[in-house]
Design a protein around this ligand. Structure first.
Ligand SMILES: Cc1cc2nc3c(=O)[nH]c(=O)nc-3n(C[C@H](O)[C@H](O)[C@H](O)COP(=O)(O)OP(=O)(O)OC[C@H]3O[C@@H](n4cnc5c(N)ncnc54)[C@H](O)[C@@H]3O)c2cc1C
Ligand SMILES: NC(=O)c1ccc[n+]([C@@H]2O[C@H](COP(=O)([O-])OP(=O)(O)OC[C@H]3O[C@@H](n4cnc5c(N)ncnc54)[C@H](O)[C@@H]3O)[C@@H](O)[C@H]2O)c1
Length: 470
């Protein structure tokens, strides 16, 4: 056989794929990235992180202007929603970023093929080009970075009009009167927030007893549920969706208590299916070359991201771990380092999560229920934003910072925040955990005044001693 002519061929141009491509380019590798969507950035940039945050930000601004200005001394006249412009602003953010990645590809010498890749043999990827025709590329190393897709709900076919996935929820052309969300995980709660702020009557049906997914600290989950309820979102937790059907102009959904009970029928104009995402490896031809998936469809890999065929690796949503863009990005850098240098670094105990509701929820490390389950002793320190001077000046005092630390060594085990800008504040917690800091390390670090970050410092003080302002 002729020798493979590229150092690395990447299938998928999402966060995992494009970051690996840029990193490989920077390392002087000859690299090709294949993406079928027509734009780079994958789910995150096109139909995930970025468009959702644009809608969350602008719907929050709209809601604030409508309901939260008078007591601040600002009186506004007629406030109107221009949904078309709201969507245009979202599209502008998306296209600016996706084009930026094309620029970075050029800058770093990455070859970009617009088309669908599949394995012909372990070193050869066939590419069916989007504009017709096909080509073949060969790689010494091949990276599977094909991401994930929405998990469908059996019997509820997604038409992106009345029964929608997150993709439809990011581009509705009207504000539905009744918006029902199946699944109170992160997607469900972010989209519930957007449409509730824009005027829909929103109900979230969640199978578990808590919202935010099982990974969210239960105390935090209970608190954010109360806050979101006050904002007008209805919750049915501990409730199972049985089935549903389209009616003339909407959808009927049958539910019952998860632990059994009387069935109930809920009606809505639009239903969002947000019960999770599953790895996407369709059409890759993995079976042909003997690469295996686990029972949840994840590509099976070892600690260096190698499949059974060691020069074929996989990172991002298509394999194990939380389906998060920053986790995919970390792995993308690490996998190129493994290929190039033989070592890489991702600390899976230290991957932050952020839910961009208002206030935001952010956490890193272990939850109280994790620690209890593992029988690990811990002590808790909390500090409420109602006692933080910056939160008070901002008139946004809901939420708190909660820290969990080892009672003997004081080493931090987990940090959980509900509060404005929690997503930015958690970076300090992530750094602390990454470097094995103690709560006293944080408490003895000077924090500028007045800032929300002081709540972080005071929670640390409360963990090993006492907070000053509470
Ligand atoms: C609504 C929503 C909001 C989200 N918000 C956040 C957030 O705020 N923060 C966060 O961290 N995460 C968020 N996520 C999750 C995040 O989008 C994913 O974790 C991330 O996109 C995973 O990156 P990836 O590269 O592994 O996969 P993807 O981004 O899915 O990229 C895979 C790419 O591969 C392409 N592809 C697949 N098969 C082939 C093939 N055979 N040939 C060529 N190309 C192929 C696909 O077209 C796709 O572009 C969100 C997800 C959704 C749905
Ligand atoms: N801000 C962010 O970081 C962000 C934003 C959006 C999405 N994401 C990622 O995208 C992925 C998918 O998000 P998601 O919210 O769809 O999944 P998820 O797994 O986070 O939540 C799905 C929820 O649906 C519930 N559920 C499942 N079946 C149900 C049923 N039959 N009836 C009622 N409830 C049911 C589950 O109990 C769970 O709470 C996640 O991995 C998430 O981390 C991240």
């Amino acid at each position: 056989a002729t020798e493979a002519d590229r150092d690395l061929v990447i299938i998928g141009g999402g966060v995992a794929g494009y970051v690996a491509a840029i990193k490989a380019g920077q390392e002087g590798m000859k690299v090709t990235c294949i993406e079928k969507r027509g734009t780079l950035g994958g789910t995150c940039l096109n139909v995930g992180c970025i468009p959702s945050k644009s809608l969350l930000n602008n719907s929050h601004l709209y809601h604030t202007i409508l309901h939260d200005t008078k007591h601040r001394g600002i009186e506004v006249g007629d406030v109107k929603l221009n949904l078309g412009q709201l969507m245009k602003a979202k599209e502008q953010s998306v296209s600016g970023l996706t084009k930026g990645i094309e620029f970075l590809f050029k800058k770093n010498g990455v070859e970009y093929l617009k088309g669908t890749g599949s394995f012909e043999d372990p070193h050869t990827v066939k590419v069916e080009l989007n504009d017709g025709g096909e080509t073949r590329v060969t790689g010494k190393n091949i990276l599977i970075a094909t991401g994930s897709e929405v998990t469908p709900f059996p019997g509820l076919e997604i038409d992106e009009k009345t029964i929608i996935s997150s993709t439809g929820a990011l581009s509705l052309d009207h504000v539905p009167k009744k918006f029902l969300v199946i699944g109170g995980g992160i997607i469900g709660l972010e989209m519930a927030s957007v449409w509730s702020r824009l005027g829909s009557e929103v109900t979230v049906v969640e199978y578990l007893d808590q919202i935010g997914g099982p990974g969210m600290d239960t105390e935090i989950s209970k608190n954010i549920q109360k806050i979101l309820k006050k904002q007008g979102i209805n919750f049915k937790t501990g409730t199972k969706v049985l089935n549903g059907e389209k009616t003339g102009d909407g959808v009927k959904i049958n539910v019952e208590a998860a632990k059994g009970g009387k069935p109930e029928t809920l009606e809505a104009d639009v239903v969002l299916v947000a019960i999770g995402r599953r790895p996407y490896t369709k059409g890759l031809g993995l079976e042909k070359i003997g690469i295996e998936l686990d029972e949840r469809g994840r590509v099976i890999i070892d600690q260096e991201y190698r499949t059974k065929i060691p020069h074929i690796r996989c990172v991002g949503d298509a394999t194990f771990g939380p389906m998060l863009a920053h986790k995919a990005e970390e792995e993308a850098v690490a996998v190129v380092e493994y290929i190039k240098k033989g070592y890489g670094h991702v600390n899976y105990g230290c991957i932050p999560a952020v839910m961009y509701t208002f206030p935001e929820v952010a956490w890193v490390g272990q939850s109280e229920q994790d620690l209890k389950k593992a029988g690990i002793p811990y002590r808790v320190g909390t500090f409420p934003f109602s006692a933080n001077s910056r939160a008070k000046t901002n008139l946004d005092t809901e939420g708190f910072v909660k820290m969990l630390a080892d009672p003997e060594t004081d080493r931090l085990l987990g940090i959980h925040i509900i509060g404005p800008n929690a997503g930015e504040m958690i970076a300090e917690g992530t750094l602390a955990l990454e470097y094995g800091a103690s709560s006293e390390d944080i408490a003895r670090t000077c924090h500028a005044h007045p800032t929300l970050a002081e709540a972080f410092k005071e929670a640390a003080m409360a963990t090993y001693s006492k907070a000053i302002h509470f």
